[in-house]
Design a protein around this ligand. Structure first.
Ligand code: HEM
Length: 435
């Protein structure tokens, strides 16, 4: 993408670039241009709406902290008639049966934490937050370590049997670790692993604004049906797990409705699947690309250095490229641009994390930085609920990999690695390694 000034051009180019899977290799250079030339830029969407991209750290904070003016729920900006008209436009190319399925899926999963504003958001978050406090998840560390050790045992056993000391780090380690943790927390059979992977990939690719591929909708429909069945089972026979807890959860006389339950569990599964895997994958890749930093982490395996390294990985190559949509609830001036009521705003977290005003020399990867500041987990009322869990999973993952496989190295040319499709997630499809 070329650098052009004037918000709309650059915004449009950014929107087009997002659709290109090779974009992630160029993204940080594009963001640097945006921060310098058009920190608040816009693009015209195919249906004529305007979408804004916010690239600088300070503007990002403004948007994420001002949830009263930048809302997550389009229902608080548009009337029901307007929403339905918007929907009718987006869905017109689908058959009536497919349209009904999209509407059903959307109704079932859109009322999750990232799709609602206060007071609903505060209510939902209160009901789930106790299971994700740093203190609570610290109690899971031992189990996370057992799961990580079990995965390395399996990798070593396969290597011994085949004589091949190489594997795909995503498939064999980065993916099953957080997935097993969240499945156990929720009380979901780990045997469903592969199905969850397919469903949650469909979820991050799914955009109710552009429902696109009916096959993807069918997968989400299947996911929702599964969750409804799971909730019914836990209602009948509660166990000591998070889904049972949420079914019974009450706060100030309040309960989750059936749709809110489905949406909450849906979000936890998807967030638990699509993010930490890439903290591990992006982290190892970044360390391979900076051998002196990798060597330092191996010779100085102190918990503090490890914690700092994880924060720097989150800043330098975070798994979530941008926020979910915010909707302007009134006309808002931001950095000389006027965002009109009803327009969509996306905050480029990956750009904010390379902003010169956030840290000195932001293009340098340095695990010893103190302190490391970043927005990889977002900010404000929607700040990542799972951050304490992700941090523990990261600490266990890196210390286990480096401790048990000190010779671990990249086993493919860097140019051969492919980024996953879709704009939201930064992560490689596979990460071939040898040890
Ligand atoms: C390294 C791993 C992770 C990263 C980088 C990450 C990143 C984020 C970001 C950027 C947001 C805010 C999005 C926005 O404001 O539009 C968010 C929200 C959220 N995350 Fe995470 N996440 C991670 C892991 C997890 C895990 C493991 C879970 C749970 C199992 C989780 C659950 C959530 C939930 C429930 C929200 C919504 C919070 C709310 O709206 O109140 N995340 N995450």
């Amino acid at each position: 993408m070329q650098t052009r000034s004037h918000g709309q051009d650059l915004g449009t180019a950014a929107a087009e670039a997002f659709a290109d899977p090779t974009f992630k290799d160029r993204a940080y250079a594009v963001y640097a241009d945006l921060r310098a030339a058009d920190p608040v830029s816009s693009a015209r969407m195919p249906d004529g709406r305007t979408m804004w991209f916010v690239a600088r750290y300070d503007d990002t904070l403004t948007v994420l902290r001002d949830h009263a003016r930048f809302g997550n729920d389009p229902g608080n900006v548009f009337s029901q008639d307007q929403l339905e008209a918007m929907y009718a436009g987006w869905l017109s190319r689908l058959t009536p049966e497919q349209q009904a399925r999209v509407a059903e899926v959307d109704r079932a999963i859109s009322r999750h934490l990232l799709g609602v504003d206060p007071p609903n958001h505060s209510r939902l978050r209160r009901l789930v937050s106790q299971s994700f406090t740093p203190r609570f998840v610290e109690g899971l560390r031992l189990r996370v370590q057992q799961i990580a050790d079990g995965l390395v045992d399996e990798i070593e056993a396969r290597a011994a049997a085949s004589g091949e000391r190489r594997f795909d780090l995503i498939e064999a380690f980065a993916f099953p670790l957080p997935l097993t943790v969240i499945a156990e927390m929720l009380g979901i059979p780990v045997g469903m692993r592969e199905r969850f992977r397919v469903w949650s990939h469909a979820a991050v690719a799914f955009n109710p604004a552009e429902p696109g591929d009916p096959g993807q909708n069918d997968l989400l429909f299947e996911f929702v049906e599964y969750l409804r069945g799971l909730i019914a089972k836990k209602r009948e026979a509660p166990a000591d797990d998070l889904v049972s807890g949420l079914v019974e959860a009450e706060s100030e006389g309040d309960r989750l409705s059936e749709d809110e339950l489905v949406a909450m569990i849906f979000l936890l599964i998807v967030a638990g699947h699509e993010t930490t895997v890439n903290l591990i994958g992006n982290g190892m890749l970044t360390l391979f690309e900076h051998p002196e930093q990798l060597a330092r982490l191996k010779v100085e395996p102190s918990p503090d250095l490890m914690k700092g390294a994880i924060e720097e990985i989150l800043r330098y190559s975070g798994p979530v490229e941008h926020s979910l949509s915010r909707w302007a609830r009134e006309d808002i001036e931001l950095h000389g641009q006027t965002i009109r009521r009803g327009e969509q705003v996306i905050v480029l977290l990956a750009s904010a994390d390379r902003d010169e005003t956030l840290v000195a020399d932001p293009e340098r990867f340095d695990i010893g930085r103190e302190p490391v500041r970043h927005l990889a987990f977002g900010m404000g009322i929607h700040v990542c609920l799972g951050a304490p869990l992700a941090r523990i999973e990261g600490q266990v993952a890196f210390s286990t990999l480096l401790g048990r496989m000190p010779g671990l190295r990249l086993d493919a040319p860097r140019e051969a690695l492919r980024w996953r499709r879709g704009s939201l997630i930064r992560g490689v499809e596979t990460l071939p390694v040898a040890f």
